[in-house]
Write a protein that binds this ligand. Structure first.
Ligand code: CA
Length: 473
């Protein structure tokens, strides 16, 4: 990333030690005898209600539903941002991305712009690599395009994907660096459909590494725009109300199915900890649905950040469970460390919680009693059942999600006690964060502001993208 001038002297000292990530995290004295493989599967812009296991009827996801049946379905799990890049920054570092200024999506339009992961931030891949895991990132990166942002520099032994925020699912003639499919920096020329290509590589990677622990970050760009699907899948869904999304989702599911089958055939499915989630809420421009939730990708309402979320580890976690506790994508890092028996060094600050005791019923209740969101002018706080949505220079609204999951009844005037409590909680959290290191283009800032203002007043949203922009955020 380019914002070196923002780094403090402490950061610079830390940078001098870069390359010694293995020293930041010490192996616990009693590591797991048989450490599990870790797989994090991320769908892009998929709606809260758009999978069979979440009750969807018109899209078909038999393989992901099977994963859900063999694991635990979360109903109240959240990502840390309602857009792609900062959400991934939080996921892969296990801490609020606002701690290191990665707050906005950059310039948008599918490119990574000037965004980048601070050089002094440790990723999940850094830690697992230091503990002899083989690490691979597949698919969309979107965490910066400079040399030091490259996945190979951020703990991944292998990167098989593309650097930017989106691209065509089909081959591109003379692609830019950000859009080209690459393997460790070298362009890969492919035929066919990208979702299949990523799925095939995930299967091949398992074949190559089935005899050693591995960490796979499998970030499909499905079902982000552009809406492109294979002819055969479009034909299969020719009468479907959401034809393109159904076809793209089917391909995503098919490829996750290939991976699960390969793990099973290799005899390692039982000892593989798998997370499945969407990186943010369903978008307004890809036919997705967030069901009963208000808002969509880019909003601080539930539809922006509450996501479908599965945790599966057959040898340790009983299947067929639903978990309603408050959880976060931040928990993936912490949970994975615990599963692998890796004890983190005190210098590694993580905001997540180990979910395993909740899934094995050693603990009950909520992994988190509060969660926070902030993207430039919009922010939100969740404390218990209460949710505060804030808009700079406009005001805040308060909801009680236990009886108003759709966030329509603003309690800010009638419940001043909870209103003030949540404002204070938010301020306390915000005091620990730093200012964003980059913003977003003004037309997008303006439209995001307008959308929030309308939704906070339960008013109709008349436009969802700047009128003169290609709507491919
Ligand atoms: Ca996304």
């Amino acid at each position: 990333m380019k914002y070196i001038f923002h780094l403090s002297i402490f950061s610079l000292l830390f940078l001098a030690c870069k390359g010694e990530a293995s020293q930041q995290v010490q192996t616990e004295s009693n590591p797991e005898q048989n450490p599990p493989n870790i797989i994090v599967i991320v769908a892009d812009d998929a709606g809260y209600a758009d999978f069979g296991f979440m009750g969807c009827k018109d899209l078909e996801t038999p393989n992901i539903d099977n994963l859900a049946n063999n694991g635990t379905i979360f109903t109240d799990a959240h990502v840390t941002a309602s857009v792609c890049a900062p959400s991934r920054a939080g996921l892969l570092t296990g801490k609020y991305q606002q701690r290191f200024g990665f707050e906005a999506n950059g310039t948008g339009y599918g490119g990574s712009g000037d965004i980048g992961l601070s050089d002094d931030v440790v990723t999940m891949a850094d830690v697992f690599k230091a503990h002899k895991y083989k690490t691979i990132a597949l698919g969309k990166w979107h965490l910066g395009g400079t040399e030091t942002d490259h996945p190979n520099e951020r703990g991944f032994d292998e990167f098989y994907g593309f650097i930017g925020g989106g691209r065509s699912y089909f081959p591109i003639k003379n692609p830019s660096y950000e859009h080209m499919l690459q393997q460790n920096g070298k362009q890969v020329v492919f035929d066919g459909y990208l979702t299949d290509v990523l799925g095939d590589r995930s299967v091949a990677f398992v074949e190559e590494n089935k005899n050693q622990p591995f960490f796979m970050y499998l970030a499909y760009n499905a079902v982000h725009t552009p809406l492109e699907a294979k002819e055969s899948d479009l034909e299969k869904y020719k009468d479907a109300p959401r034809q393109y999304l159904a076809a793209m989702t089917w391909s995503l599911d098919e490829n996750i199915g290939k991976l699960l089958k390969k793990l099973e055939q290799s005899g390692i499915l039982d000892n593989t900890l798998i997370f499945f989630m969407s990186d943010n809420g369903g978008a307004h421009n890809n036919q997705s649905s967030n069901g009963i939730l208000k808002g969509w990708k880019g909003n601080e309402f539930e539809g922006g950040h509450r996501v479908p979320f599965i945790v599966s580890w057959p040898s340790k976690i009983k299947g067929n469970q639903t978990f309603n506790g408050l959880a976060s994508s931040l928990d993936i890092f912490t949970t994975s460390l615990a599963a692998a028996g890796i004890k983190k060094d005190g210098t590694l600050e993580l905001d997540g919680v180990n979910l395993l005791p909740y899934l094995t019923h050693e603990k009950t209740g909520n992994p988190h009693d509060k969660l926070f969101w902030r993207k430039l002018e919009e922010s939100a706080a969740r404390v218990g059942d209460y949710k505060l949505v804030r808009l700079e220079n406009f005001g805040s609204t308060l909801y009680n999600l236990s009886n108003d999951i759709g966030e329509t009844k603003n309690l800010s005037q009638t419940d001043s006690l909870d209103y003030n409590r949540l404002q204070n909680e938010f301020n306390r959290w915000e005091s620990k964060m730093i200012d964003p290191l980059w913003g977003e283009e003004k037309p997008w800032m303006d439209v995001t502001y307008y959308i929030h203002k309308q939704l906070m007043q339960n008013k109709e949203v008349l436009y969802k993208a700047p009128p003169d922009k290609d709507d491919q955020q």
